[in-house]
Design a protein around this ligand. Sequence first.
Ligand code: WTA
Length: 544
Amino acid sequence: MEGEPFSWERVHPTFTWYRTGKVNMTYECVDRHVLNGNGEKTALQYFSETDNFSFTYKELQQEVNRWSHVLAASGVKKGDFVFVFLPKHPYCYIAMLAAIKVGAVVGPLFEAFMEEAVRDRINDCEGEFLITDSSFLSRVHREQIPSLKKIFTTDNEAGEADLSITAEAEKVDDEFDAVWVELDDGLNIHYTSGSTGKPKGIIHAHRNMVQQYQTGRWVLDLKEDDVYWCTAHPGWVTGTVYGVFAPLLNGVTTVIHGGRFSAEAWYQVLEQAAVTVWYSAPTAFRMLKAAGDKTIKKYDLSSLRHILSVGEPLNPEVIHWGVNALNLRIHDTWWMTETGAQLVANLPTRPIKPGSMGRPIPGIEVAVLNEEGEELPPEETGHLAIRSSWPAIMKEVWKNEQKYQSYFPYGKEWYIAGDLAYLDEDGYVFFQGRSDDMINSSGERIGPFEVESKLLEHPAVKEAGVIGKPDPVRGEIVKAFIALNSTYQESKDLIEEIRLFVRGRLAAHSAPREIEVIQELPKTQISGKVLRRELKKAEINQAG
Ligand code: WTA
């Protein structure tokens, strides 16, 4: 095979299903390693302010098996939706792996979601089951989610919920045979935003493991003895694919940090766990940079050997900070919820061009297209396109075939990302922005429509337009322009009330950091749609 061009089929023999025909992601992530004699190796290593404990692969297998028994006995079947609404904690990982082991489609929810964000997502796909912590139950309004058959808590008491999964798990056997599925059966659902409409449910399949394992090797450069830390919560696709699947498929030790960001806490995790490979995001790196050299010098970070970034543009100055402060280059990677795995990246052995996201990985072909769908030569900016298909591409957009088709406006050959970019002569991809109004704040994808809709539910708000305002640390912040109903007077208190109204219903990261009251919003003449582009132009001119 040496010298032949790479094909994804070459990865298949890694997996058990290649020999047995029996497929299940959890089996490949956990059981395979135990059967291969690696049961004593640490799978999960948890750190928080108060706790520090770990699970070996064998212990993880046993715990997942117990939870799987409880789920199966409670009626969870192949193809059911099991939502997981938990903090960054081993229970979140175990819940996901157990749901997958019984053949369900797992829907990890971001821990900061408020009641309406939780409700709308579960309602959209009529989710049947939810695993959560009792302290999160006040954000789950069961009477508004009629499809929910059972709620499990991960405390030892069920409280308002139906069942304590941790208490029940103690009573059952620690062996459980995975429910076998097809490679193309549903694995996980993540809701993600575009510029129009509510967040869409992107469904991925078990076949994704081929690319998730292989990018774990090539891009994350995972090797047997690595201690790996992905800082993302599984509610964001990075936290699922590169926090749970890719590292476990590669059989390494995965670090989980519970708690909020602080430079000290993060450096402490890097030091204590002796992290070797670290995957995070530009906003976090910028905040660490802002915390200063004095802070970083207090810690021994010499175990680190490979750093990666994803989610938003990685500024060259952040790469320079990495080289100065850590003596390591930060490797940018590019992908999307819909693509299921990394497609463009800076491989560890290749030269990095600061400002570029890297090159397409082997097996992936990238082009830049003009409005007519024709390929543009190097240095010309247009639509970033990926030649379809690849192993981890989404299976479907839940109940929205039209939306799925919208990623292929020029035919099946090219998947259109919605990003603007150019290629240089060496095939490096340079991100230039989004082609739509989607907002990217600290790497979170925020759909302006969802925020505008929420603003309009406040009685004082007559019209609303939401944009991303450039920000030195967060990349962009959410800024809302609103017009008030005539019976309301603009005041600081009212603005704060409106901000909290959104924050309390969606999530902190979706709430506008800035709200500006204007008389009237610019609109298209024919359809009366709010012209976000005009708002953005005015905002940028004002700042510049
Ligand atoms: C943006 C995150 C610049 C991009 C895995 C993409 C990036 C969207 C980068 C997907 C990068 C992702 N540089 N921008 N390296 N990586 N993006 O679905 O606009 O949350 O379309 O997936 O984030 O966001 P999502």
